[in-house]
Design a protein around this ligand. Structure first.
Ligand code: PMP
Length: 367
């Protein structure tokens, strides 16, 4: 484990970085070697051994001396089958973050504007900025729940070319309901990107996949990093109309998804029943942690989450550091806009969640 040292912007480099990148801070949560790591929303248990065996067996027939299948057709085909869509409506890339990068390369850029809601997933504005796309931020109400009225007002005010929302949202865990997604789509001319990195943890019916037939400018982004337990694989995908997939071919690098990843992804989708068995336990643990947090004096607010993490607010300034001293790493959002006093805990194993709750109870007693 390592923690990347984030250098402040340096001046006087032999070649100056682009002017619009001088103030950019590299994205990333600390990667620290502590006993209980609950800060990056991974699943705590590895994938089943049968999955690794199946990938290993499939690799024996993979021709690694050849370039991979450039359009990753087989992987897109099995994903399409899993979601009831044609291969032509599915695209894959190195993590859903790269899916987003490619969308901004294709539909963003100088002179175009992206609308996002605060608080939201901080990689979205970063990806937009690096692509040269302008960003406009619209605040969510204090309960952090978007509504169709808010969506319509934001679109009318900002006239965006691209809109991104995460559902469930990160770091709030709150779902964007279908009427709100429709309002974003129908009042705008924009590409509407719904980032569903955590949707497998949410109640059935939350996914915007079911709106695709109705909404021609809708894109749904998914990942293998969370519920599929494959964060180390770096594989994500999108579900959209075929014209989006055709446009993304223009910006992707040749052979952007390697052969090993294509195989690992195909096997994961084929074995998805076994890959996703832990979801009920994670959801039950999330509800347990949420309830325990609500009962603790010193926790001022807890947002009801549909994801594998919970956001809460406390008045104890140094809670993050004091948990870390006890070997528990969570995510500190307290210096972010709209998130004063807020921290987010990823749901781990029952033992890890107990370790978090015990450490938190101790710290709050001392405070
Ligand atoms: N979208 C959201 C909302 C996320 O929280 C994350 C992970 N932090 C990602 C996407 C990143 O997904 P991937 O690992 O597929 O790039």
């Amino acid at each position: 484990m390592s923690d990347e040292t984030v250098e402040p912007s340096r001046t006087g480099n032999p070649v100056p970085v682009r002017d619009d990148l001088v103030e950019v801070t590299p994205y990333g949560a600390p990667q620290l070697d502590v006993a209980v790591r609950l800060n990056t929303n991974e699943t705590p248990e590895p994938p089943p051994a049968a999955y690794l065996d199946a990938v290993g067996a499939a690799l024996h027939t993979t021709e690694l001396h050849r370039y991979p299948d450039r359009p990753a057709s087989k992987l897109r085909e099995v994903l399409g089958e899993a979601h009831g869509l044609d291969t032509a409506q599915v695209w894959v890339a190195n993590g859903s973050n790269e899916v987003l990068v490619q969308l901004f390369q294709a539909y963003g850029g100088p002179g175009r504007r992206m609308l996002l809601f605060r608080p939201g997933y901080s990689a979205h504005p970063l990806i937009a900025r690096v692509s040269g796309t302008g960003t406009v931020e619209h605040d969510l109400p204090d309960d952090f729940t978007p509504t169709p009225d808010l969506a319509r007002a934001a679109v009318e005010e900002h006239q965006p070319d691209i809109i991104t929302v995460a559902s469930p949202n990160n770091p709030t865990g709150i779902v964007v309901d279908h009427p709100t997604i429709r309002a974003l789509h129908d009042t705008s001319q924009a590409l509407v990107v719904v980032d569903e990195a955590y949707v497998e943890f949410a109640p059935e019916g939350v996914s915007a996949r079911s709106l695709l037939d109705d909404l021609p400018r809708l894109v749904v982004a998914r990942t293998f990093s969370k519920a599929y337990r494959l964060a180390g694989l770096r594989l994500g995908y999108l579900l959209a109309h075929d014209w989006v997939v055709d446009d993304l071919r223009k910006v992707r690098l040749p052979y952007h998804v390697d052969a090993i990843k294509q195989i690992a992804g195909e096997v994961a989708v084929t074995m998805r029943g076994a890959m996703l068995t832990h979801i009920p336990e994670i959801s039950a643990e999330r509800d347990r942690v949420e309830k325990a947090l609500r009962a603790l004096p010193g926790i001022e607010r807890v947002w009801h989450s549909a994801a594998n993490f919970v956001l809460f607010r406390t008045a104890v300034d140094d809670l993050f550091d004091r948990l870390l001293e006890r070997g528990v790493l969570i995510r500190d959002f307290s210096d972010k806009p709209r998130l004063g006093g807020c921290l987010r805990v990823t749901i781990g194993t029952p033992d890890e969640n107990d370790a978090f709750l015990t450490a938190l109870t101790d710290v709050l007693k001392e405070a």
